[in-house]
Design a protein around this ligand. Sequence first.
Ligand code: TYD
Length: 142
Amino acid sequence: MSIEDCKIISLPKIADAKGNLTFVESGRHIPFDIERVYYLYDVPGGEDRGEHAHKTLRQFIVAMSGSFDVLLDDGTKKKKFHLNRAYYGLYVSPMMWRRLDNFSSGAVCLVLASDFYKVEDYIRDYETFLRALKQRRQKRGR
Ligand code: TYD
């Protein structure tokens, strides 16, 4: 679950004179089965979203319209991704602190998720996140 597992994935794009079509298939384009879809929109300028990690949830984030930045932090390394196309997205593995900001006006952020909404899957405090990572590392070392 290092930041190196999180990457931009290109999706198929069928383009013709009538416009573009992109599709996503569970397990084929993204490495999980989609159980939930949600989207962020009408985000006021200068506002940010996220600022949490998920214990088990995997996500795939796409800028359906407009653009925004996704900052990821695995407790050791940080990486920033700029999303601005509907035919690629960012795969985010579990135990990754994330923050979304720099939303352009009219931006729509689509999130495909590997599970239903579960409040107990969230870690909303950064220090708790770091402690949980340390505990996992210690468990693996045993
Ligand atoms: P949250 O995940 O904190 O949003 P963000 O990280 O984008 O700032 O969710 C905001 C609120 O919406 C929170 O009260 C939980 C609720 N929510 C659901 O009920 N179902 C969902 O699928 C999601 C993603 C959030």
